[in-house]
Design a protein. Sequence first.
Length: 238
Amino acid sequence: MPSVSRPRKAAPRKRLQPAAAPDRILSAALAAFAERGFDGATTREIAAAAGVPQGLVTYHFASKQALWEAAANWVFADLAADFRDAAEALRDVDPATRLRATLKRFVRFLARRPELHCFMTHEGSHDGPRLRWLVARHIRPLFEGSTALIRAAAPGVDAAHLHYVMIGAIAHVFAVAPEFARVTGRDARAPEMVEAHANAVVDLFVDGALAQSAAPSRARKTHARSRRAQGDRPHESR
């Protein structure tokens, strides 16, 4: 009788994690660090939120510090890409128009990523190695670009102060979206609310900064006109 070959057993398939697993881990890490800070967040809860085994977190990121740095790099890279797109699209417009449009993009970004502000509130409130790392790698370049644009649009304004005032005004409503919803009955991240907030920020801060910048010039012109008018008057006899 001819021999019958036994069918070979199929090799067990390796369970492949979805390609997007690292991004899910980073998104969950950013949310955890934003909510509880570096010391309060754990890789166990981050893995659970990402829907992956904890071992996969340590496979991709050797330590919690490495995961924290990767999460920071991930969200700031997203923000930098958004700003690059804006800079390219607005390359040929005047500084005031560029500032208005850039601020509106930043409002939309923080509506999409409110964790960034909470993350920075945790880290920015304590000086130390993590804050120094953030400032050197991400915060200072963004600050310098922002203040340069403010100075170009509104010379004479305190650009550093205005930079931080605008960040607080833009970000707070999204960072406390549950409170906003409870108090007002509205969703801070609804598209129409985001656009209303963007317009309010521009109206209050950009137009206000432009008016403040123009005020000394108007004062100088008024003073010059007054001096000329006085010079044209006939001198009174004594």
